[in-house]
Design a protein around this ligand. Structure first.
Ligand code: NAD
Length: 357
């Protein structure tokens, strides 16, 4: 099939998506017929993709079993996620119907650098200082921070982003603790990073930063029980996925001053708010509204990935994933239902071949 005949329905489009995807699609090796839609992908909006062979979706699209069923009925062959995380895709519904690809790596620097930005802003109150000085208030009362030097930082999830964050931490003279289901011994030695149990990481860390994917097993890993284990005044950073944190438990921890500060680029119920301008209405979500009242909480709108380099890489990898699919090539970025996207997929699962192999 000629690329210009391949229709791609692009959901949840923002002007910046168009800019980077249109630029990448100019390349002769692509030239797909891309239709940009502002609406999110949901069971109700799936019909928009009626004549498309490919659907391109993002972090807050609803790719539930119902959506997958409708896309399949309409003849969609490929779901191209333009992000790394895929917790919003019902992979079992897609199995043997629609193949699913993603962009596993586009810039770990973008997210890791942003995480460090959140930590420094939160600790030294830059967000408040900026506003105060603009009001001609030059007082520094309430802005007392702490030296990061000599403190203990716990990194949960030492994949691409977690390790890049650990690299950045090298310049700060901190002790690094780490937790991962699959510890990386060599990297740990190189980065002077010590793997400990999750419980030990919670007990010993002054700062805890989450860099693992969201799975059914680790949903609400930060909860009343785990917060009880933590040091008084601990800082929590989450640039991964909102549902790793039980937000009402976090609020209780903040109210009791057990949590010293939280830097959140993601929020469990972000779908209705993040990426949108909601400035002309009150916030219906009482948990989000409460979080926004704390001076020691910074909430940003899932923007850690948002750099020129990351956007360029996302567009390029997404289009090459689509091209490879139509050329019948091996889909190196396919999310395999069986091995859940791990590169180390053995190729066989209970006698079933992995489709990525
Ligand atoms: P990665 O796959 O390279 O690394 C994830 C690591 O987490 C792996 O080492 C894995 O073994 C580990 N892990 C899996 N389950 C775990 C668990 N229950 N406990 C501890 N560790 C566990 O992924 P990455 O590129 O480093 O990205 C990490 C996450 O960051 C993504 O899953 C995504 O949710 C999030 N992310 C957010 C943004 C943003 O803009 N805020 C952008 C990109 C990625």
């Amino acid at each position: 099939m000629k690329h210009s005949k391949i229709k791609v329905a692009f959901f949840d489009t923002k002007p910046y998506d168009r800019k980077f995807f249109e630029a990448a699609n100019q390349d002769a090796k692509y030239g797909f017929d891309i239709r940009f839609y502002e609406t999110r992908l949901t069971p109700a909006s799936a019909a928009i993709a009626e004549d498309a062979q490919v659907v391109c979706a993002f972090v807050n699209d609803d790719i539930s079993a119902e959506t997958v069923r409708k896309l399949h009925e309409n003849g969609v062959k490929l779901i191209a996620m333009r992000c790394a995380g895929y917790n919003n895709v019902n992979l079992s519904a897609a199995l043997d119907k629609i193949r699913v690809v993603r962009v596993p790596e586009y810039s770990p620097y973008a997210v890791a650098e942003y995480t460090m930005g959140l930590l420094l802003t939160l600790n030294r109150n830059l967000h408040r200082a900026y506003c105060r000085v603009r009001e001609n208030n030059f007082s520094i009362n309430g802005f007392l921070g702490f030296d990061l030097h000599g403190k203990t930082v716990g990194v949960v999830g030492t994949g691409k982003i977690g390790l890049t964050f650990a690299e950045i931490l090298q310049g700060f003279g901190v002790r690094i603790l780490a937790y991962d289901l699959y510890p990386k011994k060599e990297q740990a030695e190189r980065l002077r990073m010590e793997y400990v149990s999750l419980e030990e990481l919670f007990r010993q860390s002054d700062v805890i930063s989450l860099h693992c994917p969201l799975t059914p097993e680790n949903r609400h890993m930060i909860n009343k029980k785990s917060i009880a284990l933590m040091k008084p005044g601990v800082f929590l950073l989450n640039t991964s996925r909102g549902a790793l944190i039980d937000a009402p438990a976090l609020i209780k921890g903040l109210k009791k001053k057990k949590i010293g500060g939280a830097g959140l680029d993601v929020y469990e119920e972000e779908t209705d708010y993040f990426f949108e301008d909601r400035s002309d209405a009150a916030i219906d979500d009482d948990v989000l509204a409460r979080l926004l009242t704390f001076p020691n909480v910074i909430v940003t709108s899932h923007q850690a990935f948002f750099t020129r380099e990351a956007e360029t890489n996302i567009a390029e990898t997404t289009l090459s994933n689509i091209r490879d699919f139509f050329r019948g090539k091996e889909l190196v970025n396919e999310i395999c239902y069986h091995c859940d996207g791990k590169r180390s997929c053995p190729g066989k699962h209970n006698g079933t071949s992995c489709r990525r192999k």
